[in-house]
Design a protein around this ligand. Structure first.
Ligand code: COA
Length: 274
């Protein structure tokens, strides 16, 4: 390969974990090594290396049990951008998911949306990343539904089975869940902030109650990704000193209609998982 060219797309494995983390840290993202491990173990992750062997670009395809799979972790280090690496990596992830009969779905940053629109991805809805500080935990987490119920409620709202993802979240140190048989709210440790979500509930009033209970059990800097339709939740977060850090667009290849039951999804699991 010429010194100015990246190598071919390669599959990434457990040995690439540190290099993957370096890419997401450079972008200021919140994913942990546990998140990258999930992509490497449960999906297919790809990357390109510079002539010196350094990983300079990544993307991951994560199949779900249902009509769609997720494209994630599209990252290109600053000095390798605008050479088509992201486009080719996303194409590779699309092939991977389509070969399994799944519609490729992703959550785009503003920069990412520029790339994906050209590839035929269509916007479904927007959501805002709210960030804020919860100074002290006021209460221990109350009762939460069992893992089976969480898996079922999540699958119904998201529109695809994500049992391995829910089990992974629930098995991590620092994960907190609240809820009952009809809804739940989860929070897990992130690199920069606690990541709250998913939040699944019958309506916005119930969802607010769940978020309130979840927040009562948390202390620290928190991110929560809330679809823009939920204005009362946005107002409630603002009243607690939260602010919008940035916004994302849920996009799917050639499909504008969201999957699942958007009326029951009050926070997504995070832009890397949908
Ligand atoms: C977004 C990102 C992955 C793009 O990677 P890339 O390898 O530079 O993208 P490509 O070279 O494949 O870009 C393809 C096209 O998308 C558009 N595009 C890419 N980045 C753009 C930007 N920042 N602004 C406007 N258009 C952009 C351009 O039309 C580009 O074609 P061109 O260079 O011929 O004009 C990279 O900028 C990045 O890692 N950003 C930080 C992390 C991030 O936001 N990732 C996306 C997560 S959803």
């Amino acid at each position: 390969m010429a010194a100015s060219e990246a190598g071919p797309i390669e599959p990434l494995g457990a040995g690439d974990l540190d290099a993957c983390m370096a890419l997401s840290i450079e972008a200021g993202w919140n994913q942990t090594a546990d998140d990258w491990r999930h992509f490497i173990r449960e999906g297919r992750s790809f990357g390109n290396r510079a002539p010196d062997g350094r990983l300079v670009a990544s993307a991951a395809a994560l199949p779900y049990d249902g009509p769609f799979g997720f494209v994630s972790m599209v990252l290109v280090t600053a000095d390798w951008r605008r050479r088509g690496l992201a486009t080719r990596l996303v194409d590779r992830c699309v092939e991977e998911l389509q070969a399994r009969g799944l519609v490729p779905v992703l959550d785009a940053t503003a920069a990412g949306a520029e790339v994906y629109r050209k590839q035929g991805f269509v916007g479904q809805f927007g959501f805002d990343r709210w960030q804020g500080m919860l100074p002290v935990a006021k209460a221990a987490a109350e009762a939460a539904p069992g893992a089976d119920r969480i898996r079922a409620l999540d699958a119904e709202a998201a529109g695809a089975g994500r049992a391995r993802l829910m089990d992974d979240f629930l098995g991590r140190d620092g994960t907190i869940a609240v809820g009952d048989g009809n809804g739940f709210a989860l929070a897990r440790a992130g690199r920069r902030a606690i990541q709250a979500g998913p939040v699944v509930a019958a309506d916005e009033t119930v969802a607010l109650g769940l978020i309130d209970r979840l927040f009562a059990a948390l202390a620290g800097f928190v991110f929560i990704d809330v679809p823009q339709a939920w204005r009362r939740i946005g107002d409630w977060l603002k009243a607690r000193g939260f602010e919008i850090q940035r916004s994302f667009t849920r996009m799917a290849l050639g499909r504008a209609e969201p999957f699942g039951l958007p009326a029951r999804q009050f926070a997504v699991a995070g832009p890397e998982f949908g």
